[in-house]
Design a protein around this ligand. Structure first.
Ligand code: LMR
Length: 396
């Protein structure tokens, strides 16, 4: 039966973690996967999460099946966070939101739904994009192409080329956009540029799919979510996938959501019924724990305040690491303008190092980053940054 099964390549990101875990080098540093570690290199358990879990343990509940679309209070809290609890779309019942197995789950539910809705559509992702975007939409049955995004020479966004490519896309093309903290480059577009993108999307009848996995890691929760308000103001239908893996440090709980903004409450009801079929035929219904934690934190004022503070702390430490990396690289003799490192947003820095250099970093220094040159700045700390900077300078 399996004689013809080929060995698949390792996942470009999670496969690196497998390789990292198997490496006996005591000085190894994992800057591959997008995970935030504290200054002691430890994965944080947020105090707001611990507090919510304590409350849950003190009032234990049996675990029945959840509704197919998840915990109602969770879906409502997601809508409040992403769109605003008092927004016209939420109050008017125009958003269909379902709990999903992480942000990836949200993307896949949306992709499967879109495939049924418009089987002939194409998908456009940014060049470059999160490695899994292409694979996920390809596996959902779509042809996947890319719009220009990264300008290597100017270290920023190739915005004119991006806009021109979107301006030539066929009506109905699904355009995957990073709402904030672009993965992998760290370069975001400005609100004015977003407006130009939205105008093109609207005039050409494209289908925007916002991937929002890093809300709160750029400028702030509201600031990073502002693009959603711009899309709402444009009056178009769109998709948003949400992840709480990073912002709640709940990676292993797989807590995410998919929201679909529709033109009417009646339409949202029909869309929701289809999303539920996608979920039911994939994994039936979602798990309880992580979503209950997030719902408890988001709806309990004291815990919510704690969460916002803790997220601000993570954001500030990443910025500190960016500045420190510039200083250390400069001290290690790294030539050239490094200011791009502090201009980038979120967990990642597109270092500009090529694949050979990334392989050398891994093999000679035990510093693991993605072959594309992406390093996770959120995994740097005051104990490992000297060694990382020295290694980067050595291979550059
Ligand atoms: C990443 O880009 O490293 C994260 O989104 C984790 C993942 O699932 O790839």
């Amino acid at each position: 039966l399996f004689a013809k099964v080929e060995m698949a390549p390792r996942d470009p990101i999670l496969g690196l973690s497998e390789q990292f875990n198997a490496d006996p080098n005591p000085k190894k540093v994992n800057l591959g996967v997008g995970v935030y570690y504290d200054d002691n290199g430890k994965l944080p358990l947020l105090a707001c999460v611990a507090q919510a879990e304590k409350q849950m343990v003190e009032a234990p509940k049996a675990r029945g099946y959840l509704p197919i679309d998840g915990i109602a209070a969770y879906d409502k809290a997601v809508q409040g966070l992403v769109f605003g609890a008092d927004s016209e779309v939420v109050k008017g019942g125009r958003v269909a939101t379902v709990q999903a197995v992480g942000g990836t789950g949200g993307l896949k539910i949306g992709a499967d739904f879109l495939k049924r809705l418009n089987p002939a559509a194409k998908v456009l992702i940014s060049d470059p994009s999160w490695e899994n975007h292409r694979a996920l939409f390809t596996n959902a049955g779509f042809p996947v192409d890319a719009y220009p995004y990264y300008d290597a020479e100017r270290r920023g966004v190739a915005f004119d080329a991006m806009l021109a490519a979107l301006g030539q896309a066929d009506a109905g093309t699904i355009v995957v956009l990073h709402a904030c903290c672009h993965n992998p480059t760290g370069y975001d577009i400005t609100p004015a540029q977003w407006q130009q993108v939205i105008d093109v999307v609207k005039s050409r009848g494209l289908v925007p799919f916002l991937d929002m996995a890093y809300q709160g890691f750029g400028q702030g929760i509201a600031e990073d979510g502002a693009v959603v308000q711009q899309f709402l103001a444009a009056g178009i239908d769109f998709f948003v996938s949400t992840s709480f893996s990073k912002s709640f440090s709940l990676y292993g709980e797989r807590v995410g959501a998919l929201s679909v903004v529709c033109s009417s409450a009646e339409e949202a009801g029909r869309v929701l019924s289809q999303l539920k079929i996608v979920i039911r035929t994939n994994y039936s219904n979602p798990p309880t724990h992580g979503a209950q934690v997030v719902a408890t934190v988001l709806t309990t004022p004291e815990l919510r305040r704690m969460w916002e503070e803790e997220l601000a702390g993570m954001r500030a430490r990443i910025k500190l690491m960016r500045t420190a990396l510039v200083d250390k690289l400069t001290a290690a003799g790294f030539k050239g303008d490094l200011s791009y490192i502090t201009r980038q947003q979120g967990m990642f820095s597109y270092s500009g190092l090529n694949k050979d250099q990334m392989v050398r970093l891994r093999n000679e220094f035990g510093v693991y980053g993605v072959d594309s040159g992406r390093i996770c700045v959120a995994a740097l700390n005051s104990h490992n940054i000297d060694a990382v900077a020295a290694a980067m300078a050595a291979v550059a």
